[in-house]
Design a protein around this ligand. Structure first.
Ligand code: CP
Ligand code: NVA
Length: 307
């Protein structure tokens, strides 16, 4: 059997595939809103391995599979042999003989790469410490719905150089937008990620400088899952990095605000911003469903030789 197409980072798609996927996500959303039943994955099963908590990712993948006529199985380390030390390679070989695609949320990115090497079916990254590509599908779809093509526009990332920031770096290259990252010293994106970034990506210290005239302001929590014990230290380091009304005022008057959620009001974002008129976080959360349906359709149909 040929090797399956995986989605471990955004660049597992070509820029052209990504653009088509986003268009398809909007079509699937419209179809769903119109009450159209479309079940291309009848009888197909998605395995969902969660080693970290989730609300949006679990519900969007599970709902997407049900809407497509398929089924999803939630697998947590507490109740699977993977959590008791069964090798990743063995788990991948076994699970992929039974289900049609596997979604994984875990810590080390290397673990999902290893899993994918031994999987006979597509593997989807539902967040690792390194990347969160599914969230970028939703963010890009949301931007397009509100403002059209993101090409040539400016995005300001305010906060930690984390998994979301790394995914924004990849998105900027693929979708041709400018990305200004404002982060405190010591919390920059990984050097390897920055090295791959083109001239369109810049790193600054001042959130107001990053936000100036930008079209989209994005932030994320100061302490990601797995960094809970660093919370106090990080709260100190990031204290000047809240997305406030002043930061929004530095951007274009019609700039949007996004956050992958869950959010901490009063830490990385002011309540007046996330609950304000420029915030599109609820559309962004909903679009996890539609964009991941487009992803599942693409990966499972590539596997079935239909694309
Ligand atoms: N944004 C996101 O991935 O949310 P969950 O952690 O709730 O899945
Ligand atoms: N950076 C955050 C994103 C949560 C969706 C984390 O990894 O916890």
């Amino acid at each position: 059997m040929s090797r399956p197409a995986h989605f471990l980072t955004l660049t597992d798609l070509t820029p052209d595939q990504l653009r088509r996927l986003l268009k398809r996500a909007m079509e699937l959303k419209a179809m769903h809103r119109n009450g159209e039943q479309y079940q291309p994955l009848r009888g197909k099963v998605l395995g969902m391995v969660f080693e970290k908590s989730s609300t949006r990712t679990r519900v969007s993948f599970e709902t997407g599979m049900v809407q497509f006529g398929g089924h999803a199985i939630f697998l947590s380390p507490r109740d699977t042999q993977l959590g008791r030390g069964e090798p990743v390679e063995d788990s991948a070989r076994v699970l992929s003989r039974m289900v049609d695609a596997i979604m994984i949320r875990t810590y080390e990115h290397e673990k999902i790469e290893l899993f994918a090497r031994y999987s006979q079916v597509p593997v989807i990254n539902a967040l690792t410490d390194r990347y969160h590509p599914c969230q970028l599908l939703a963010d890009l779809q949301t931007y397009m719905e509100h403002r059209g093509d993101i090409r040539g526009h400016t995005v300001a990332w305010i906060g930690d150089g984390n998994n979301m920031c790394h995914s924004y770096i990849k998105a900027a290259r693929m979708m041709d937008f400018r990305l200004r990252i404002a982060c405190p010293e010591g919390y920059e994106p990984k050097a390897e990620e920055l090295e791959q970034a083109g001239a369109e990506i810049s790193l600054v210290r001042d959130p107001l400088e990053a936000a100036a005239d930008s079209d989209l302001i994005v932030t994320d929590v100061w302490a990601s899952m797995g960094q809970e014990e660093e919370q106090t230290k990080r709260a100190r380091a990031f204290s000047g990095y809240q997305v406030t009304d002043a930061v929004m005022a530095a951007a274009k008057p019609d700039a949007l605000f996004m956050h992958c959620l869950p959010a901490h009001r009063g830490e990385e974002v002011a309540a007046s911003v996330i609950d304000g008129a420029q915030s599109v976080v609820w559309d962004e959360a909903e679009n996890r469903l539609h964009s991941q349906k487009a992803l599942l359709e693409l990966l499972i149909s590539i596997r079935a030789g239909l694309k």
